[in-house]
Design a protein around this ligand. Structure first.
Ligand code: UD1
Length: 420
């Protein structure tokens, strides 16, 4: 298992370019199941989760041709349509459940491994199943597999999602695209990745309209036509580099993404004292001499502060000049980076879903263990500002979602080495 060796403290400067969004690419790749003709998808990030989705699509009968070192995928139907998504593929990546809606819409049946929980929480799929039932699907869960079918095909319906869920919104949109008649989905997630998915589907002729802040109207079409689409860039990767720039009086130009997608994060970074200039596709960010604490941050659904940025902000606030509180409202077990940050000397106390961070600590290098994708990147940030050497184990978590992270960090001045 690969490890990272990081020598700190480093002050970072220079330029970094943001890759395509993993969380946008995954549902768009799942959507290719809905097509009869080939689809070209560009700007794919070269990360493990995307390879897992390719393998899942291939196992379902898709043919995939790559160009430009896998950044462009041309996906077409093979001769056989399969409807079985195996545990071995879905267990490592929960987004595998996103093939359920498209398989039901296209083949009227599916057998998809239930993704199960993961280290950050239980992560049930009840909202996905309830929404798809409203469209006429029937479900049985046997030995960890969801058996789904719809005899007459999916029919449009009025659906109110009981809770805002990114994945359930995506699965329902994907299913409703080809369902007969009109579907209205309310209480939708409105993350930029969802808008990217609806834009992609529209580019293929889907009849989708946002008719309210969180409401979609979808009129089913018979077929989707061949399309050529470029995935949005990764706002979480961009936010992570913004935090990196603030940690040790860094100075970064972060290119190739839309700063409007991280407005909430930018406002918080201004509050801690960062100097920020934005233009259409880039940001220039200078970290402050003294990081100011923030009394209270809570995670929430977009456009609120993202849970996927919580761990990175915790590292930042552990360097602040006072006490800060972060409340995690999305996942029940997303403080696994805390014991690891404590090993570096951070003073963080947890009570329920609140973490109190006593700032102004000098961190010292240590051996650390990655637990999930965003927790792992937080450990990398903490390690490069800590004095001395840190070893980060299990970096496969990072490889799932950050493209060439060590190369990007090396270029801006972090002393990081992968040990295989
Ligand atoms: C997606 C993102 C993930 C991000 C999360 C929240 C992808 C591939 N992953 O995950 O990076 O952290 O959104 O922004 O895009 N829930 C239920 N029942 C369900 C579905 C969800 O109770 O059927 C709960 C979850 O356990 C969680 C909350 O709803 O507590 C939000 O989860 P959801 O928005 O669905 O997250 P994901 O789509 O899994």
């Amino acid at each position: 298992m690969d490890k990272f060796k990081i020598k700190g403290p480093s002050k970072i400067s220079g330029e970094v370019s943001i890759s395509g969004s993993k969380n946008s690419a995954l549902p768009i790749l799942a959507a290719t199941i809905l097509f009869d003709k080939h689809v070209t998808i560009k700007n794919l990030p070269r990360v493990k989760d995307i390879d897992t989705m390719f393998n899942l699509l291939k196992s379902l009968g898709s043919k995939i041709e790559f160009k430009n070192k896998k950044r462009i995928a041309i996906i077409s139907k093979g001769n056989k349509n399969k409807f079985f998504a195996a545990y071995s593929l879905v267990k490592t990546m929960r987004a595998g459940i996103l093939v359920l809606g498209p398989l039901l819409a296209k083949l009227k049946k599916a057998k998809v491994s239930s993704p199960g929980g993961c280290s950050i929480g239980v992560r049930p799929i009840d909202i996905h199943l309830k929404a798809l039932s409203k469209l006429g699907a029937k479900f049985k869960i046997v030995k960890g597999y969801v058996y789904a079918s719809t005899k007459k095909g999916l029919m449009g319906s009025k659906i109110k999602l009981s809770k805002i869920s990114v994945g359930a919104t995506e699965n329902t949109i994907l299913a409703a695209c080809l369902a007969k008649g009109v579907t209205r989905i309310s209480n939708c997630a409105i993350e930029p990745e969802i808008k990217d998915l609806t834009n992609f589907l529209k580019s293929a002729g889907a009849n989708i309209k946002w008719v309210g802040k969180r409401t979609l109207k979808i009129e089913g079409v018979k077929i989707l036509k061949s399309t050529n689409y470029s995935i949005m860039n990764d706002r979480i990767e961009a936010g992570t580099f913004c935090v990196a720039a603030c940690l040790n009086e860094g100075n970064l130009k972060i290119k190739n993404f839309d700063p409007k997608t991280i407005n909430t994060e930018i406002n918080l970074l201004k509050r801690i004292g960062a100097k920020i200039q934005t233009s259409n596709h880039e940001i220039e960010i200078k970290g402050p001499k003294k990081i100011k604490s923030i009394d209270f941050i809570k995670t929430g659904e977009y456009p609120s502060f993202p849970t996927d940025m919580q761990a990175q902000f915790m590292v930042l606030l552990s360097k602040a000049n006072g006490k800060s509180i972060i409340q995690e409202n999305i996942f029940e077990n997303r403080f696994m980076h805390v014991p690891e940050l404590r090993r570096l000397g951070a003073k963080i106390h947890i009570k329920g879903n609140k973490a109190t961070i006593e700032g102004s600590n000098n961190l010292e290098g240590a051996e650390l263990m990655s637990s999930d994708l965003r927790a792992s990147v937080a450990l990398v940030l903490a390690a490069f500002i800590a004095k001395g050497t840190s070893i980060i184990n299990r970096v496969y978590h990072l490889d799932r979602g950050y493209e060439h992270i060590e190369n990007k960090l090396k270029k801006i001045g972090v002393k990081i080495k992968r040990i295989s």
